[in-house]
Write a protein that binds this ligand. Structure first.
Ligand code: AHM
Ligand code: MG
Length: 333
């Protein structure tokens, strides 16, 4: 693979097949990638800089300490705010949508993101990530509203994530397969290292917070136990893997095969994860890599959010196991 196959060059090459491509989308994706690079730098230095800990306390200079997730959120908003093609932004960290300055009336894109996924892992130097989703709005010439965001995941035009792990990776789809890039810190570029990612056929990993099992619905328990106790050849190499950072768990399962669950249970009737910032974008990526995602009753990408911060159960990964989950839920009411 040529070392020079950077993210920008890949977007440009893929885009040749688009009709009427204006370069807007390329610029937008490049800005998200730039934010990922800056966040990656902050994450790498986190233990040295005073960015860990809770926002709200003062550092030694008497300035307020900013948590990494606040830094990532502010950075993404600042970068996207200047782009005339972006009409509005919805962030997991913000109560309301942010109408941009440059694109408020005529911007054609809406961007959703979870600036730093895996909050509980931030302070302990365990992999975290940024998740994003891009939608096209149906009507321009006015400020975007919350309703503009409330569309099924199948209407996303692009989605992806960055994971800040042993190296930083950027993975995205525009609905034509999934490409993965690794940050080469010596040139400051994302380089194509994982073209056309396909999820392996069988699940190497089963991922879920199994200590919630006591609250799980009978169908979820039956699904989990069925795999854990199976003597089937398919599950011979399956092991438990759970980072507690959704994007890291899904990324690993995408490369190794696996299924991740954060279901609804007796304590959390809607699960924990947010549809616009986490579930829709990751479902788009995983489907494009040959996998599937559901809430246990419906395909994730068919679900229409009812609010910006709506939570949904998420079961995502190998097609066969995602289908098995829905079957177990139906068979064990
Ligand atoms: P966050 O957006 O505040 O980071 O919360 C979501 C995270 C996911 O990354 C992860 O899959 C999940 O919460 C872990 O939850 P739990 O600690 O209940 O297992
Ligand atoms: Mg999150």
């Amino acid at each position: 693979m040529s070392e020079l196959m950077t993210l920008s060059r890949t977007i440009l090459q893929r885009k040749r097949s688009y009709e009427g491509a204006t370069g807007d989308f390329t610029l937008l994706l490049n800005h998200i990638a730039l934010a990922a690079k800056v966040v990656s730098r902050q994450v790498a230095k986190a233990g040295l800089l005073d960015v860990l800990g809770k926002a709200g306390k003062d550092n030694i200079q008497g300035e307020e300490v900013q948590r990494l997730d606040v830094i990532a959120n502010d950075l993404l908003i600042e970068l996207l705010n200047d782009l005339p093609m972006v009409a509005a932004i919805a962030s997991e960290e913000e109560d309301n949508l942010q109408v941009t300055q440059a694109g408020r009336l005529d911007g054609k894109y809406l961007v959703c993101f979870d600036p730093l996924d895996g909050s509980s892992n931030i302070d302990v130097n365990v992999t975290i990530g940024t998740i994003f989703s891009i939608r096209k709005r149906k009507e321009t010439g006015r400020e975007a509203t919350v309703e503009d965001f409330l569309a099924p995941g199948s209407e996303q035009v692009a989605a992806g994530y960055a994971v800040y792990g042993s190296s930083t990776m950027f993975v995205y789809t525009t609905g034509d397969g999934v490409d993965g890039f690794t940050l080469d810190p010596s040139i400051g570029e994302f380089v194509l290292t994982h073209p056309d990612i396909r999820i392996p056929d069988s699940p190497r990993c089963l991922s879920g917070n199994v200590l919630n099992r006591k609250n799980w619905l009978p169908g979820t328990q039956a699904f989990w136990d069925g795999i854990a106790n199976s003597t089937d050849e398919r599950y011979k190499k399956t092991g438990l893997r759970y980072v507690g950072t959704l994007v890291a768990d899904v990324h690993r399962n995408l490369l190794q095969g696996g299924v991740f669950i954060y279901p609804d249970d007796r304590k959390s009737p809607n699960g924990k994860l947010r549809i616009l910032y986490e579930c829709h974008p990751l479902a788009f990526v995983v489907e494009q890599a040959g996998g599937a995602a559901t809430n246990g009753r419906e395909r994730m990408l068919d679900i229409v959010p009812t609010g910006l911060h709506m939570r949904v159960p998420l079961i995502i990964g190998n097609k066969q196991e995602v289908a098995l989950y829905s079957q177990m839920l139906a068979e064990h009411p």
